[in-house]
Design a protein around this ligand. Structure first.
Ligand SMILES: [Zn+2]
Length: 139
């Protein structure tokens, strides 16, 4: 199994990634397999599917994650072009701020169903979004 080598990722997150790949995070399906008595194995966020590692990490909030990842890529690319063509670089704080602000704006403005507050977006967008029982339409 390959390990993630990225100096920006703290050791505790690397450990989380490693445990996730081995299905060693305490999602309900894995707890059930180990004999833990649970009321339900359904995802506590959406209640639409069993809470497996795949569901918890990828499926449950897939649309939100895809938006964050692609908007991040967009601004990284935009910064690259700024450096190449204007000989200027924004720097990490501005890039991260643009990603945070624009992802929020675009999800709220382009989705017909999401209506997150800025506070929800900053504190826990996945839970806030799943409680609305909606689908994200990137339109
Ligand atoms: Zn879910």
């Amino acid at each position: 199994m390959t390990t993630l080598r990225n100096k920006s990722i703290p050791q505790k997150v690397s450990l989380f990634i490693w445990r996730t790949r081995l299905k060693r995070i305490p999602v309900r399906v894995e707890l059930d397999k180990r004999g833990v008595d649970l009321d339900s194995v359904l995802c506590p966020l959406c209640s639409d599917a069993p809470e497996s590692v795949e569901h918890a990490m990828f499926s449950c909030a897939k649309e939100l994650w895809n938006t964050v990842i692609w908007v991040s890529g967009y601004f990284i690319w935009k910064n690259r072009n700024q450096k190449v063509f204007a000989k200027d670089s924004w720097g990490a704080p501005k890039i991260l701020n643009e990603i945070q602000v624009k992802t929020y704006e675009w999800i709220n403005n382009r989705s017909k169903r999401f209506n997150l507050t800025w506070h929800e977006w900053l504190t826990n967008p996945q839970v806030s979004a799943s409680h609305q029982h909606t689908c994200f339409d990137p339109g």
